[in-house]
Every structure is written in structure tokens, then in C-alpha cells.
Design a protein around this ligand. Structure first.
Ligand code: NAI
Length: 696
């Protein structure tokens, strides 16, 4: 049973019990309807309480049933809601901790609602490109008023119950200390309302807001800019308006129609793909919940440079002590002072309290000797990107670290297996590839070496969750998933400069496609010298790989990007706006002439296709080689680490929606053009296209 039935005197208590958050799955819905009917048929019962077991009242739809026929099977959420609302005895929702989505829609149909002050109340459907489809847009405005309802439904963000205590949503906010006390108060409330008639119903209320048209107009304006790609917020407002302008039943039907239309949009499909992809990323073939994990109570970071400091902050933020090791007092002090400054800035912005700020800073200490960290459970190396340097560091770590410690590298391109082979405990070695700024970026590529032990991988995946990262597993190769793919995109961007584009045209086309930032603006932000160093190394390893030399010429001029005030664009002090630079445009045009290319106009479609299809083609190769475990992992890497547009669901989801045979045909076309040597259709892409299949 996932909804348990009990009698407490004359009150029937139905406890939702479907861990982890009492999702309203088919079995739960059935048990709930059975429970209500049982209570209605029992003459001794005078009131019915619906309460949640464990961590939640209800988190809403059961995500295990999403996209399955079970989601709509009877009794549907609509049927449950009608059963509750039309019950002849009072039904009370007793809400603690989490009450979201369908869980809130259920409670809105109850005759009374009581809540704990900190219970999180939300209708988050908009975050999946949808709107609440079980009466939420019709009942919530009646209960909390127009303004709050718009805020809650359009943002999807939770509000603490006590902040809604002045509204008609809650009949009582109950402060309690123990579970027994909570139940006692709830039962007392139920007994108090037993005899009251008529039963109050939110559907009978009216939304009172005389100038609702002007308010909704301004609400629409505030979401209009993004509505081309994200239609749900506007539809939410349309549905809420119906709560004012239409009869209740008519409003419900209107909400239902809008919901069904949104369900079919690519945006919602992409957002749902991202939602499930993130959850799927933590599932790793061969590992299970039973895989043992090592205990991580203390962490060390080697190197207090750009990455080391940010990496350390992640652990301090999660309450884990970190020691940073550097080679000199000056480097250490510099790194620690940047960390302090970062925290102080967050404090100034009001995002941390003074206590939190002090506690976090106190959790980070420095050392100049490896001996100082010998007892750490995990050490993450973030020194210069040079194999010899990293090998030497790992040898020193091997000599001092206690047995069972995990030795991680933040390398972005080097061969982890070679690093592991340099020491006596390769099973304890793993890659933790953070992205810059490491304390901000959500993505963590976890690199599984040939010899990485299962318990090491399981430990790092669990730890990633603790430090609030989205972890995706990658195999060992140059660049892992994300950087190996981006290299092909950047390569195409460079060729386009040689053939006829300027950086601003390429960036604009990609930004119109939906990227947060075009590749040249992105490169200016990250530092053009990073790619330069990698290309110099590649020139020895893969001398045949062609690429546009414009980026090297730019670096030879010292134009490393924002940090030097000039890169592909010009920058003014204290201003991150990218201004087109005539000197760069001249450099590009001159370079085309030097290599004998007659420049031609290139349209935006070609720009987008060449850059995005290059990503897709490399991703197909990465999948085929087993570097990525599944297509959705690639999508999550791009959505969380590279600014790929969410409404397109990631590169491989986008390929699926474009049609794989279309992608393959376009690549074949480009392979016949100038710089065609950079294209070779990935065999997996061809195989899937031939079978009319998709990546996801
Ligand atoms: P960085 O040059 O800013 O910092 C490296 C630090 O390591 C320096 O402070 C240096 O003094 C210290 N160091 C060098 N040898 C050491 C040793 N033997 N013991 C202790 N400290 C030592 O470099 P950055 O950018 O922080 O990169 C570090 C690693 O992170 C590299 O492997 C890089 O590929 C990787 N990475 C860098 C990203 C970036 O955007 N900068 C992104 C993702 C990974």
C-alpha cells in the first residue's frame, strides 16, 4: 500500500507513503481513492485527513511514471481531486516539508489545509515547460490572490507556508516540535471542523482583483522576451486569467487544453529530457546502490591557482574541511586571499550571513608540504597542465597519502591512465574535471580511468551530489566529453573566419540559435591562451589536424581576451561588453588572402549547422567509443557546462529533433566543400540514420 488507512477516533487518517517524496503514482492514487471511499462508507468516520509519511506531503507526479501510460491511467489525478472535493465529509490536507505540483493541486481540492511553517509550497510545472494541469491555475489564484499565484506559477519557485499564512490557502499554520505533536494538532483541527457545513471549496471562491487586466499585461511583458523559446510562462498567465474571466469548469477545461498543447512542444520535451537526463547521469552501468563507498571527511587540493581555489570553495560550502597545498608562501597567500575576497563579495551581495562567511573561510587552510595532508580522505590535484609535473605530484602523493585515500586530478586534457600508471595505487586514481569558475559551474566530469575502482567512482559520484554538482562520467581520451566536442566546434568557427565570416557574425548566429554566448566571446572570457597552449601541444601529437591559424595570430599579438583587455573583441576597463575590433577584422581578411581563399558571404544557417553538427558528429564518435555512457550524458554536459540552449535539449536531443539523416546529409555536403577534410560522418550517426533511429 502506498496510502495507508488508519482510524483515530472518528477521524480517518490516510497517510501517503511512496518514498522518496510521496509521488502521486498510480498505486498511490488508487489507494487514496480507496481510502476516501472507505472513510465515506464508514458511518463512524466524521472527518478525513490526508497526510504524508517521511520527507514530504507530496512532491507531485511520480517521475517514475512520467511518459508512461500509468501517468494518465484511472484513477487519474483529476479523478482523485474530484473524489476529494466532492466528498460529503470534510477532507483536510496536513502539509509538512514539501507540497508541490500535483501534491499542491490535491490539497487545493481539500476542504481545509493546515501546514507546518517551513513547508515548501510550489507549482513547479513551468520548469518542465508545462503548466499545472490539474486545476492549479484555477484554484491557486482563488486561494492566494492573483499576484502571488502569478509569481508562484510563472516562476515555479517554492514559498514557505508561513509566508502564505495570510491567504485563504491555509486554515492554520501549526508549530510543533515532534511528529506526535504534529499529528495531535492535526487531529484536533479535524475534530474541530467535523460538524461545519457547508464544506468550504476553493472552486466557489472568486478572484478579487479589479484591475487584473493591467496587472496581467505587465506580467506578460516581463516574460515576453523569452517567450519565443519558452512558451509556458505566457500560457500560465493565460490560464490564470481564465480563473477570473471564466466559470470554474470552463477554466479547468481551458487549463487542460493549454496543458496538452504545451506537452507537445519541443521546448517542454527538451526540458523534460534535461530533467531526466540529469537524474540518469548518476546511474552508472555496473554500479548500484549496494556498491560500497569510502568515507570523505577531509579534502586536500594541490595548487591554489584559477581552479584550485574554486574547487576548495565547493567543499567548504558543503561544510567539509579543505587544505590547499602550494609551492610557495606567496602563491598560497594569493590563492587564499582570492578565496576570502570571493566569500566577502558574496556576503556583500547578501547571499551569505557573516557567520556562514566566517565558517566557510575557517574551513579552508593552507600548507606548503604534502606531509600536512597525508590523512586527507581525498586529494584533488590542480597544478599546471603538464604531464611531467602531474606525474611528479602524484608520485609525491603516493608516498605520503594514507591507504584508501582517493587521488583525483583536475586535468582537462591529459591521459589519466598515464598519470595513474606512474604510481603504485592506480585503482585509487580518478579524474574530477571541474569547469571554471569551479565554485560556480554546475558541471563536473568524473573521469573513470581503466583501473579506477568501483568504490572510488561511487564515492565521487555521491560526493558530487553533496557539493551540488551535476556529475557525468566520462572515459579517458583527450578532452573527455565536453572539450573534445567543443574543439570541433571551435575548429569550424575558425574555418568560417578564413572563408568569409567575422567573429561578431558567428557569435550572433550562435546566440540567435540560443547559446548563452557565441564561441569567440566565450573564448575571450576563458582566455585565448588556453587553446593556444593546447594547439602547440597537439602540433606535436597530431600534426595533420588542420585548423585556422587566425587564433594563433591573435595570441601572437598578445590578445588573450578579457584578461588582457583585448581578444577577438576589444574591451573597456570594468566593462565586459565585446566591441568589434577593426584590427582583428583586418587580420582575418588579410589571412584569408595570404592562404589564397577568396572570401564569400556565409549565411547564418551554414554557421549554425557547421558548428552544431560538428559537435553532434564528435559526440556520436564519443558514444561509439564508450567515452560517454549514453546520449543524455552528452546533452547534460552541454546544458550544464557549455551554455547549450535548454529549449533544444542538448546537442544529441537537437540532432534527434532535426532528424539524423538530415544531419548526416548536411555533414556529407560540408565534407565535399572547402575544409572538407575536417568532416567524416561518424559511423554511429550513419547507422542510426539508416535505421531511422534516434540517439536518445
Ligand atoms: P593555474 O596556473 O592558475 O594554477 C596552477 C597552480 O598550481 C599554481 O598556483 C602553481 O603554483 C601550483 N602548482 C604547480 N605545481 C605545484 C606543485 N608541485 N605543488 C603545489 N602547487 C603547484 O592553473 P589552473 O588554470 O588552475 O589549472 C590547473 C589545472 O586545472 C590544470 O590541469 C588545468 O588543465 C585544469 N583546468 C583548468 C581550467 C581553466 O579554465 N583554467 C578548467 C578545467 C580544468
Amino acid at each position: 500500500m502506498t496510502a495507508e488507512y488508519q482510524r483515530h477516533g472518528t477521524v480517518a487518517l490516510i497517510t501517503l507513503n511512496n518514498p522518496p517524496v510521496n509521488g502521486m503514482g498510480l498505486v498511490t492514487r488508487t489507494a487514496l481513492v480507496d481510502g476516501i471511499n472507505k472513510a465515506l462508507n464508514d458511518d463512524a468516520v466524521t472527518a478525513i485527513v490526508i497526510i504524508g509519511a517521511g520527507k514530504a506531503f507530496s512532491g507531485g507526479a511520480d517521475i517514475k511514471e512520467f511518459n508512461s501510460p500509468k501517468a494518465l491511467a484511472e484513477p487519474s489525478l483529476h479523478t482523485v481531486i474530484l473524489t476529494v472535493e466532492s466528498a460529503s465529509k470534510p477532507v483536510i490536507a496536513a502539509i509538512h516539508t514539501i507540497c508541490m505540483g500535483g501534491g499542491l493541486e490535491l490539497s487545493l481540492a481539500c476542504h481545509y489545509r493546515v501546514a507546518t511553517p517551513t513547508a515548501q509550497i510550489a507549482l513547479p510545472e513551468v520548469k518542465l515547460g508545462l503548466l499545472p494541469g490539474a486545476g492549479g491555475t484555477q484554484r491557486l489564484p482563488r486561494a492566494v490572490g492573483l499576484e502571488l499565484a502569478v509569481k508562484m506559477i510563472v516562476t515555479g519557485n517554492p514559498i514557505a507556508a508561513e509566508k502564505l499564512s495570510a491567504t485563504a490557502l491555509f486554515d492554520a499554520i501549526i508549530h510543533h516540535t515532534t511528529e506526535d505533536e504534529w499529528l495531535k494538532h492535526v487531529l484536533a483541527f479535524a475534530n474541530k471542523v467535523t460538524a461545519l457545513r457547508p464544506l468550504p471549496k476553493i472552486r466557489n471562491m472568486k478572484v478579487d482583483y479589479p484591475d487584473y487586466k493591467a496587472f496581467l499585461q505587465s506580467a506578460r511583458l516581463s516574460v515576453k522576451a523569452s517567450s519565443e523559446h519558452f512558451p509556458a510562462p505566457l500560457k500560465c498567465i493565460d490560464a490564470i486569467e481564465a480563473a477570473i474571466t471564466k466559470e470554474f469548469e470552463e477554466g479547468l477545461q481551458y487549463e487542460r487544453d493549454l496543458f496538452m498543447a504545451l506537452l507537445e512542444t519541443t521546448t517542454s520535451k527538451a526540458m523534460r529530457h534535461a530533467f531526466f537526463g540529469e537524474r540518469a547521469a548518476s546511474k552508472i552501468a555496473g554500479l548500484s546502490a549496494a556498491t560500497p563507498q569510502r568515507h570523505i571527511a577531509s579534502v586536500a587540493v594541490i595548487g591554489a591557482g584559477t581552479m584550485g581555489g574554486g574547487i576548495a570553495m565547493n567543499f567548504a560550502n558543503a561544510g567539509i574541511a579543505v587544505t590547499i597545498v602550494e609551492t610557495s608562501t606567496a602563491a598560497l597567500e594569493k590563492g587564499l586571499s582570492i578565496i576570502r575576497k570571493n566569500y566577502e563579495n558574496t556576503l556583500k551581495k547578501g547571499k551569505l550571513t557573516q557567520d556562514q562567511c566566517d565558517q566557510r573561510i575557517a574551513l579552508i587552510s593552507g600548507a606548503l608540504e604534502f606531509a600536512a595532508i597525508s590523512q586527507a580522505d581525498l586529494v584533488i590535484e590542480a597544478v599546471f597542465e603538464e604531464l611531467a609535473v602531474k606525474k611528479a605530484v602524484f608520485k609525491s602523493l603516493d608516498a605520503v597519502m594514507k591507504p584508501g585515500a582517493i587521488l583525483a586530478s583536475n586535468t582537462s586534457t591529459l591521459n589519466l591512465d598515464e598519470i595513474a600508471a606512474a604510481i603504485n595505487r592506480p585503482r585509487d586514481v580518478i579524474g574530477m574535471h571541474f569547469f571554471s569558475p569551479a565554485n560556480v559551474m554546475q558541471l563536473l566530469e568524473v573521469v573513470r580511468g581503466k583501473k579506477t575502482a568501483d568504490d572510488v567512482l561511487a564515492t565521487i559520484m555521491a560526493l558530487a551530489k553533496k557539493i551540488r554538482k551535476t556529475a557525468v562520467v566520462a572515459g579517458v581520451c583527450d578532452g573527455f566529453i565536453g572539450n573534445r566536442m567543443i574543439e570541433q566546434l571551435i575548429r569550424q568557427a575558425g574555418f568560417l573566419l578564413d572563408e568569409g565570416c567575422l567573429p561578431q557574425q558567428v557569435d550572433k548566429a550562435m546566440e540567435q540559435f540560443g547559446w548563452a554566448m557565441g564561441p569567440f566571446r566565450m573564448s575571450d572570457l576563458a582566455g585565448n591562451d588556453i587553446g593556444w597552449t593546447i594547439r602547440k601541444r597537439r602540433a606535436i601529437k597530431a600534426p595533420d589536424m588542420t585548423y585556422s591559424k587566425t587564433a594563433d595570430l591573435l595570441c601572437e599579438m598578445g590578445r588573450f581576451g578579457q584578461k588582457t583587455g583585448a581578444g577577438w573583441y576589444d574591451y573597456k576597463t570594468g566593462d565586459r561588453t565585446a566591441y568589434p575590433a577593426a584590427v582583428v577584422d583586418n587580420l582575418i581578411v588579410k589571412h584569408s588572402a595570404n592562404i589564397g581563399i577568396v572570401r564569400r558571404p556565409v549565411d547564418d544557417l551554414e554557421i549554425v549547422e557547421r558548428l552544431v553538427f560538428a559537435l553532434i558528429n564528435e559526440a556520436a564518435q564519443i558514444l561509439d567509443e564508450g567515452i560517454a555512457q549514453k546520449a543524455s550524458d552528452v546533452d547534460i554536459v552541454y546544458l550544464t557546462g557549455y551554455g547549450f540552449p535548454l529549449f533544444r535539449g542538448g546537442p544529441l536531443f537537437y540532432a534527434d529533433t532535426t532528424g539524423l539523416s538530415n544531419v548526416a546529409a548536411a555533414i556529407e555536403k560540408y565534407a565535399r566543400g572547402l575544409h572538407g577534410e575536417a568532416w567524416k560522418v561518424a559511423p554511429l550517426l550513419l547507422r542510426l540514420a539508416a535505421q531511422n533511429k534516434t540517439f536518445n
